[in-house]
Design a protein around this ligand. Structure first.
Ligand SMILES: [Zn+2]
Length: 384
């Protein structure tokens, strides 16, 4: 059994140990030490990273009480080694994990809901509960969790006897056998867990619930703790400031300004639609005794152009076509051709052969893109 140094002190970053075994494994060697500060993957927390005698530790796993450190080159059995864990990586995960315990412990004590799923990655932590919260309750839960941080409660680890465990009330996802490791967070939580945690809740800094979504009849909360919460705050406040700058309002007025702008956009959309309709009527009135026409329209969107082509098709014995310049391109046009009296698909094919482009559609209406000089394309479509 490897002695786990983080059981006594989760803040050990550098340690000395003796090599008990070093055996070849897939892509390297697996080393067992008499003691280690490296945490093996488990309980939702990833394996520690770090250095063992100058070598990068690629993975850490535990089997039957032995902790295996995966490295590239062998180390002599019996030799003394120095290990150094990647502290920034570990501390970040301890902040997230300890924060999750507080939130889950308080949620259980207050609402009787159970944590039924817990996932951490390098960006977020999600916690699944088998019950739901109103938005107000989530705000209150977050407030209580942060209050537990301000109290700077001690976080302790113990291995109680089976008699003590029988008398103890603690959270656990499954029925446990053998030595049970209990992590206690003051009076906020008591939970079976194998992972290292911060020493005091103050180290977590802050717990922020960033989203809540329905999940399997309960709720999935996404949370950020410690430095991640600060980074999120920094990002969001900068974003809000930028938005305020763009909208020429104070940060607290951004919501109102966006709402006002949305209303303005809706009004403008209606105005554009009405003007497009007027333009279409004007174009139809301008038609002379032609068989077919092709119009180049700079100010119609596809929907209005389709409406124009439909009206032209209804009025002309041949076909009606519209070219729309494609924004940000030179000599590329979106085209629409329609007719009620003939199949326009062969015309689209001829257009593509002559100018290059692509498109398709039905016998009555084809659309696509074409490249070339607008006047030449229009002349071709008008005379075809
Ligand atoms: Zn845990």
């Amino acid at each position: 059994m490897t002695k786990k140094l983080y059981d006594e002190d989760s803040h050990i970053q550098v340690f000395e140990a003796r090599v008990l075994s070093c055996l070849p494994a897939e892509n390297g060697y697996r080393v067992v030490l008499d003691q280690t500060a490296f945490f093996a993957e488990g309980g939702g927390q990833p394996a520690d990273r770090g250095i063992l005698n100058g070598q990068s530790v690629r993975d850490v796993q535990e089997e039957g009480g032995d902790v295996y450190h995966m490295i590239d080159h062998p180390i002599a059995c019996g030799s003394a080694v120095t290990g150094q864990i990647d502290w920034a990586f570990r501390y970040d995960y301890m902040q997230q994990h300890s924060g999750e315990h507080i939130l889950s412990g308080l949620a259980y004590a207050w609402k009787g809901v159970h944590n039924v799923g817990f996932h951490m990655n390098e960006a977020i932590t999600t916690v699944d509960f088998d019950g739901v919260f109103t938005p107000e309750e989530l705000t209150e839960l977050e407030r209580r969790a942060n209050a537990a941080i301000y109290e700077n409660l001690p976080i302790t680890v113990s291995y109680p006897s089976s008699e003590e465990l029988d008398r103890m009330e603690y959270r656990s996802k499954k029925k446990l056998t053998g030595a049970v490791r209990i992590v206690k967070v003051g009076d906020a939580d008591c939970c079976a867990c194998c992972a290292p945690h911060v020493r005091h809740t103050g180290e977590i800094g802050q717990i922020k619930i960033v989203s809540a979504e329905s999940y399997k009849g309960g709720v999935r909360l996404t949370i950020l703790c410690g430095q991640r919460a600060l980074a999120d705050y920094t990002f969001k406040s900068r974003l809000l400031k930028e938005l305020g700058g763009t909208l020429s309002v104070k940060a607290e007025e951004v919501g109102k300004a966006v709402e006002k702008q949305s209303g303005e956009i809706e009004r403008l959309k209606e105005q554009v639609a009405a003007l497009s309709q007027e333009l279409i009527e004007c174009r139809l009135q301008e038609l002379s005794e032609q068989t077919s026409v092709c119009l180049i329209e700079n100010n119609l969107d596809t929907l209005a152009a389709r409406s124009l082509v439909n009206r032209l098709a209804a009025q002309l014995p041949g076909h009606g076509a519209v070219l729309l310049p494609k924004k940000g391109t030179e000599e590329t046009y979106q085209y629409l051709i329609g007719s009620l009296n003939k199949d326009v698909r062969p015309l689209a094919k001829e257009l593509a052969q002559r100018f290059g482009g692509r498109g398709g559609g039905s016998a009555q209406m084809v659309q696509g893109t074409v490249t070339g000089q607008a006047a030449a394309i229009a002349a071709f479509l008008q005379e075809a």
